[in-house]
Design a protein. Structure first.
Length: 131
């Protein structure tokens, strides 16, 4: 939903009964949250999705006819700490482990859709408006 480039973005992944929020920072994916929907999403049905992005806040609504299946509010953090581990070259033993703080700048960016591997979707009537 919010992308600076292909290596730094926010992605919302839809499943039949949940959504997962992901951050991609310097090319690495981090699962940021998971929410169940109020009903299953069927591949053979059309849904209405509304997404609002304002700086670090994202709101996602999914509707089936007039029934709301999801109302999710996501706040993108301004920084994260990732744990870096250095493994021994001869075994999987951890030699060093330290946290690295990474500042995130997702206040602005592009909006788009992604298909990867076996993922697929049919999308129609897309309307994007800059507020």
């Amino acid at each position: 939903f919010r992308a600076q480039n292909l290596s730094n973005c926010v992605m919302i992944q839809l499943f039949n009964n949940k959504i997962k929020s992901h951050l991609r920072v310097n090319g690495q994916w981090i699962v940021y949250g998971e929410d169940n929907t109020n009903g299953n999403l069927n591949v053979d049905s059309w849904y209405k999705l509304k997404a609002y992005c304002e700086k670090r806040k994202i709101r996602i609504n999914i509707f089936s006819d007039k029934k709301e299946l999801l109302d999710r509010h996501i706040v993108i953090p301004d920084n994260i700490t990732v744990v870096v581990k250095q493994l021994s070259p001869t075994s999987n033993e951890v030699k060093k482990e330290f946290g690295q703080n990474i500042n995130l700048d997702f206040d602005f960016g592009s909006f788009g859709f992604r298909n990867y591997g076996r993922e697929s979707a049919l999308i129609k009537n897309v309307f994007i408006e800059k507020l």
